[in-house]
Structure formats: structure tokens, C-alpha cells
Design a protein. Structure first.
Length: 395
């Protein structure tokens, strides 16, 4: 017998770091039937510390759990779970027919042949898979611009995807038209929404020092210090190989970065003692930071310990690894470094991308006096009796 919605207990799915691995947590009020089902799936362990059942985090384990419990509980997904699931390859979904699956696979090969990056291919293929799943049994040759608009209205807007994600979808569809010209999409009439002009969040120099000071784990501190001191993207950090760090010349070679570009950046002199300490303590084999020996570290782990360090340092801003890169660029500008050099250090293809930091730099803004300050100064100069004039007291 199936439970009604009112009778069903709630099960929270959450992602967390436990015993140095990314885990899927299953949290619910004690219930013998749910406990029995979770145990029967296999691979789940009870944690007294977390007060939850857990297993290794993967899409497959989430699907196994949802399939086993779908008629007995109401699932509540933590935001970290939802973020992971929204880019799950939908080509495996049973709602896609064989023709759509074949088209998606061929589209992926088309993008690989065009030499797009691995992350771009994954994103574009996922979007087209979602789109074809939404289209259903309508032949791909009959898809029009209005079909794309309906997909955005019915799927993207309700799910509150960002403007940048919306723009990525349009790019994916435009490329799909080039790949599959038989469809009735007019890529010229298909418009991307305007970019949001959002200024990057930047930490002060004092906040950067506090962040590193409150990061007690040596490996974690070395990772955050490397990202900030060299202005790295998180992808560049996890792909950085030890052989590309030249301590004697104080240089780091970033290979095959965004846009398939190499660049040299400065290795901070103050970072070298921490670097030696870290390398001697953890002895990584291939990459600057590794999970298992010889294997790349996970971006999820970096985001997780950065969040913990910010909390310990009492930093209330929304901080991501890219915030450290923004802070690096802004602090360079405030120290008087020319924008052309900052563009080169950051690996930007266009100077316009680097120009955004002129809007968050305090260098020139601090020279501007507030009209209130000027008014009080003028009053003090014209009337000597107001020598001790203070806004905090009686005027």
C-alpha cells in the first residue's frame, strides 16, 4: 500500500565531506521501514557523528536510493545535491528515444572535432539532451525558434537558471543548428539575453590574511595561498603539475588553460616557505595537490574547506575559489600594476574582461572626498568657533 503525501515521512539528501571523502548523506527521523530499505541497498553506513546514513557520493547512488524509496517518502534535496543533479547526463534517461540518443552522441563528436574544451562539450551536450527530452516525440527536423522559447519558458525560468547559463544554452542551440541544419531553427533570430553587469566580490588584504591564518590544515592553506598568490582559476589549480613550478626562477607555467593558452605567472616569494613545508609533509607525486597519489584533487573539496575557513575567519561575504582570483587582480590594480600586465597574468584574451576590476579597485576612489567632508571642512575654515565640531555631538 502506498502512503499518501500527508502520511509520507521526509528524507533529506545532502552532500558532505566525511573521512576525507565526498559522501551522500541520508537524513530522516527514525523509521524502521526506511532504515531497512536503506540497509538493503548496500553500501550505506551509519555515522554516529553525522547522525545520518552515508555512502560515496555519486549520481548512481542517488538514483538507487530514489528508486528504492520513491513510493514511501518525500525527498528533500539539499542545494548542493540539486546543483550536482542539474547537469546529470540526461541521455541515459528512458524518456529519450533511440533517434535522440544517436543525435546527441553525434553532436558530442561534432563538438570534439571542433576542439571545444571538455567542460564546454559537457555543458552543451547536457543542454541539448535536456532540450530533446523536453521536445519528446516531435521530429528534430520540425524544431523551431518557438520550441526553444517554450523550453526556456517552461524549464529555465521556473528553475531560476542564471543569465550566464541562459546564454550558454543559446550558444549550444546555435551550434546544434550548424551541426543539424535540417531543423527549422533560425540561429540569426535566436538572441542571447544581455549579460548581467555584476561586480565581482573582492576580499580585502586583511581578510585574505585572516582566511589563511584560520585555515589550520597545511594542505588546505597551501591550496588557498596558491590560488590567491598566483590568481589561478580552480581548474588551473587542480591541473597544475609539480614539474611546471620553477622555485628557483619563481615562476609557474600554466599549461593549456582556458582558450588553450599557456602563460607564465609569478611564484610569490612569501609563499615559498609554505610551499616547501607542504611538499615535504604531503609529498605529492604528479600534481601540486592530489587526492589519492598521482590523482587530481576534487573541486568540491576545495569549495568545502574554503567555506569552513571563511566561517572560522568570520568572513560573511559569499566567497568561492574565484573570489580569490578576483581579489588578486583587484589588489594588483590597487598596487599600481598596469592593466596590460594584469591581463597577461590572468590569461584574459580581451582587455575588456580585465577592465571590470577598475570598477572595484579602491585606488582612485579613495582619493575622492565626500561632499559631507568638504562641507564640514569649509565650515571649520570660515568659523574658528566651530573648531571642535563633530557630527557625533550637538551641532
Amino acid at each position: 500500500m502506498k502512503l499518501t503525501t500527508q502520511q509520507k515521512p521526509t528524507v533529506l539528501l545532502k552532500k558532505a565531506i566525511h573521512r576525507n571523502k565526498i559522501r551522500l548523506l541520508v537524513i530522516f527521523k527514525y523509521d524502521d521501514s526506511i532504515k531497512s530499505i536503506v540497509k538493503s541497498i548496500g553500501g550505506f553506513t551509519w555515522s554516529q557523528t553525522l547522525r545520518a546514513w552515508y555512502t560515496n557520493f555519486s549520481s548512481e547512488n542517488i538514483e538507487l536510493l530514489k528508486e528504492a524509496l520513491q513510493h514511501n517518502v518525500i525527498f528533500k534535496l539539499d542545494s548542493s545535491i540539486f546543483k550536482h543533479l542539474k547537469l546529470k547526463p540526461i541521455r541515459k534517461n528512458r524518456n529519450l528515444n533511440d533517434v535522440s540518443i544517436q543525435i546527441i552522441d553525434t553532436y558530442e563528436k561534432y563538438l570534439i572535432g571542433k576542439r571545444y574544451s571538455e567542460s564546454t562539450i559537457k555543458t552543451y551536450v547536457t543542454f541539448i539532451a535536456y532540450f530533446l527530452d523536453y521536445v519528446g516525440d516531435i521530429p528534430v527536423s520540425e524544431i523551431t525558434n518557438r520550441t526553444v522559447e517554450l523550453f526556456i519558458e517552461d524549464v529555465f525560468i521556473p528553475r531560476k537558471y542564471s543569465i550566464s547559463t541562459h546564454r550558454q544554452l543559446i550558444s549550444a542551440v546555435k551550434l546544434f543548428k550548424a551541426f543539424y541544419p535540417e531543423c527549422k531553427i533560425d540561429e540569426i533570430q535566436l538572441k542571447r539575453p544581455k549579460k548581467s553587469k555584476i561586480l565581482p566580490i573582492v576580499l580585502s588584504k586583511e581578510e585574505i590574511v585572516d582566511l589563511l591564518r584560520f585555515t589550520k590544515n597545511l594542505k588546505h592553506r597551501a591550496v588557498l595561498a596558491m590560488i590567491y598568490s598566483a590568481g589561478l582559476r580552480i581548474s588551473e589549480l587542480i591541473n597544475l603539475e609539480l614539474r611546471n613550478i620553477d622555485i628557483d626562477r619563481r615562476q609557474i607555467l600554466i599549461k593549456n588553460s582556458k582558450g588553450r593558452r599557456d602563460r607564465n605567472i609569478i611564484l610569490a616569494e612569501s609563499f615559498i616557505p609554505l610551499l616547501y613545508n607542504y611538499l615535504n609533509s604531503y609529498t605529492p607525486k604528479i600534481y601540486f595537490v592530489e587526492g589519492k597519489p598521482g590523482e587530481k584533487y576534487s573541486t568540491e573539496s576545495i569549495r568545502s574547506f574554503l567555506k569552513r575557513s571563511c566561517k572560522l575567519a568570520n568572513i560573511t561575504k559569499c566567497v568561492t575559489p574565484h573570489t580569490l582570483r578576483h581579489s588578486y587582480a583587484t589588489h594588483l590594480l590597487e598596487n599600481g600594476i598596469d592593466l596590460r600586465y594584469i591581463q597577461e597574468l590572468l590569461g584574459h584574451a580581451k582587455p575588456e574582461t580585465t577592465m571590470i576590476y577598475t570598477h572595484v579597485s579602491k585606488k582612485d576612489l579613495l582619493k575622492i572626498e565626500s561632499p559631507l567632508d568638504l562641507a564640514l571642512k569649509s565650515l571649520l575654515e570660515t568659523n574658528k568657533s566651530t573648531k571642535n565640531l563633530r557630527l557625533s555631538g550637538n551641532l
